[in-house]
Design a protein around this ligand. Sequence first.
Ligand code: ADP
Length: 506
Amino acid sequence: MTMITTYENLLNILAKAPGHIYWKDAKGVYQGSNDAQAIFLGYKAGKDLIGKTDFDLPWKEQAIHLQQIDNQVMETKKEYSIEEVVSNYKGVKTIFLSRKIPLYASNTKKVIGIIGISLDITASKQAEIAKQQFIMNMAHDLRTPLSGIIGIAGIQADQGTSSQDKEYGLWILNASRQLLELLNAVLEVIASEGMEEPISEDRIDLSLLVRELESLIQPSIIAKKLKFECISDSSLPPIISDHIQLKRILLNLLSNAIKFTAKGGITLEVNLLDIKNKLAKIEIRVSDTGIGMPKDELNKIFDRFYRGHPSYQAEYRGYGIGLFLVKKSVGLLGGKISVASEKGKGSCFTLEFSFSLAEKTIEPSPELPQLSLPQSETNKETKAVLIAEDNTLVLHAVKNILIKLGYEVITVTEGKAALEALQSQSFNWVLLDIGLPDLEGTEVARLYRQWEQEHNKPHLPIFALTAHQTAEVKEKCEIAGIDYILNKPFTEKDIQIIKLFIENKD
Ligand code: ADP
């Protein structure tokens, strides 16, 4: 039998091993590599790399950064994993998943350099980016016509010529809303697996957030004849966190509490536990008197797609992703979530966060509570608004809502026409779709703001309407001077947001 593991053979195995393997001394001088690493850098074999440093290689601009990582590995004696983008000898950019570990002198604890292993993940990264792009496009392409259907079905349900007509409208409305809900849920999970949304640092007034949530869930509470109690410390300080994420977390827990409760009520409790080192420790509890859960289910409910009641039982609708996303968002905000529950007796979800305190002087965040205002308020005087939206279904639906509320509505389907209308007529506010065919909504806003300033006009409230509110869209809107972004489908609730926004600005 031939011996495979001879010294010669070991060297050969190392040289031909897949992936990129390399080792450097404590000063960052390469002491060897496998052939793949050498070939990537324009050499023939590993031995050609001996004596070189990162400053001699095609990635010399990144040499200082690479050295810092090596030093960290040697100092901390801890391995380090990183995704790095570097160029090969032909200048082709390649993405590597690299792992660097300390290299010890034989049989000692003395670190004499580092060993690195890097895997080329360019293809899978590109596929991931393409997938993200596809999802974002699909989200937009499906949501936009669906919002149109929802809008028109709403009109038919409301204004149909016969009761049969109205009933059909209502059916289409309910079915398309369900479809939109499903689409949003699936897209949310897929998107959450890819690029992480950056966390924003908003100033949050927790008691305002509680009021906002209260008004959002009120209709379901009333519909199910439940009681809703809100207990919040009067001394809650303004804090810094991601407003959208926090609202999403609480809304999910509250919606579940309502869904799984038939009798009794829901309680939302916000307590300030302590303030130390500019950090406010806050505990938030969402409890209900609903169906509860058996003990052995409690460790499964945060799993993706886990549902206590599968859809064939058709008792409770859901996709089993709410709590999965809640846990993920809580983690992103640096918090903890736990649950206590007993079958038949109700459930209690407890969140604990350490939020940074907000400076008292910062402007309040533009997120506003959706308080229900009396309808008559909207009809006091005729207000002219401009809507720019290229999807005629959506346009018609939005226009109908506004006309019903007594607005005088001018509509356009292109960006340039919107800009012309804004410069020639006066409006109380404008609603711009972001994806207009000729000029993007953000571009219309930017050009109008410029004109507004040059002509000393008062600030016109500009609202954007979008099917997907990504961080990128948000940033673009902010730069363009858009005051507030609304999500499709546009509903009467959005008018209240607009009204509150305008009133708060005055
Ligand atoms: P979904 O509600 O869409 O099924 P979730 O991830 O939000 O998905 O919840 C997962 C499961 O956890 C639910 O199917 C249900 O069995 C259980 N659950 C969540 N919240 C409650 C609650 N407040 N009361 C009882 N069961 C709950």
